[in-house]
Design a protein around this ligand. Structure first.
Ligand SMILES: NC(=O)c1ccc[n+]([C@@H]2O[C@H](COP(=O)([O-])OP(=O)(O)OC[C@H]3O[C@@H](n4cnc5c(N)ncnc54)[C@H](OP(=O)(O)O)[C@@H]3O)[C@@H](O)[C@H]2O)c1
Length: 232
């Protein structure tokens, strides 16, 4: 029985990954703040744990619950994330600090704590939902890109530090995916960027399955996936 901990599992990419993993026969621990949305996941082989990942005590409880219940964790999917957009001079700075708290601080802390368990058990795989904006930047996307660059830097160092072990780290770097991430935007990036056919969460699930299907000697540290109209 392989155990997958999926953050951000109440909507979008995290929800789709949790649902697909369950369908593929994995046991899934799905977490986010909205309990009603987590409850929409299939019940069989899915445990839901509701809470705010920015709360360190909740993170510790989450990891303890996984190990008390299953005694192991095979995969951590870091999908919880948010986006704040705007020029550096005019962006809502409170939204930026909240975003950094979730996308960087909470994500690295959860990974750090779970890596101790991975070392004890001798295996584990961290799959980070980075972004194409973890590899390049554009005006008004600097703050969000900074959080994804941070994720990429931490993952790349970790990859080297884990060399030769059975613990691995992968970053998926999507372009625009249709989820709730941009729901509050006045102009959706689909229009703003002229992307007629954005990625779907199924496309992201395809990259996850590709990474998970690799033989034990193969590592996929980074995998970028873009819609065909992505031109920057
Ligand atoms: N959509 C895209 O175009 C795109 C492209 C590249 C990368 N990404 C990345 O993919 C990841 C998933 O985004 P998405 O597009 O699927 O967006 P989404 O539909 O808005 O999902 C975000 C998830 O994060 C959870 N979350 C937010 N704040 C949280 C908190 N404080 N504690 C715990 N969970 C929290 C949300 O659940 P609750 O609100 O229930 O807590 C939700 O499940 C993000 O890291 C995003 O940066 C997205």
């Amino acid at each position: 029985m392989k155990i997958c901990l999926v953050t951000g599992a109440s909507s979008g990419i995290g929800y789709a990954i949790a649902e697909a993993l369950q369908a593929d026969g994995y046991t899934v621990v799905a977490t986010a703040r909205r309990e009603d949305r987590l409850q929409q996941l299939p019940a069989r082989n899915v445990t839901t744990i509701t809470g705010d990942l920015s709360d360190a005590a909740f993170q510790d409880q989450l990891i303890s619950t996984v190990y008390e219940k299953y005694g192991r964790c095979d995969y951590l999917f870091n999908c919880a994330g948010t986006i704040a957009t705007g020029t550096i001079e005019e962006i809502d700075i409170d939204k930026v600090t909240d975003m950094i708290q979730l996308n960087v601080t909470a994500t690295i802390r959860l990974t750090y704590q779970l890596l101790k368990r991975f070392r004890q058990q001798g295996f584990g795989h961290v799959i980070n939902m980075s972004s194409v904006l973890g590899t390049k930047v554009r005006p008004t996307a600097g703050a969000y890109a900074a959080t994804k660059f941070a994720m990429e830097a931490l993952s790349e160092a970790l990859r080297m530090e884990l060399t030769g072990s059975n613990i691995q780290v992968s970053c998926i770097e999507p372009g625009l995916v249709m989820t709730e991430l941009h729901k509050d935007w006045n102009v959706h990036p689909k229009e703003g960027m002229g992307i007629h056919e954005p990625l779907t969460t199924d496309d992201i699930v395809g990259t996850v399955r590709f990474i998970m299907q690799q033989p034990a000697h193969v590592r996929i540290p980074r995998l970028m996936i873009l819609p065909k109209d992505h031109n920057i």
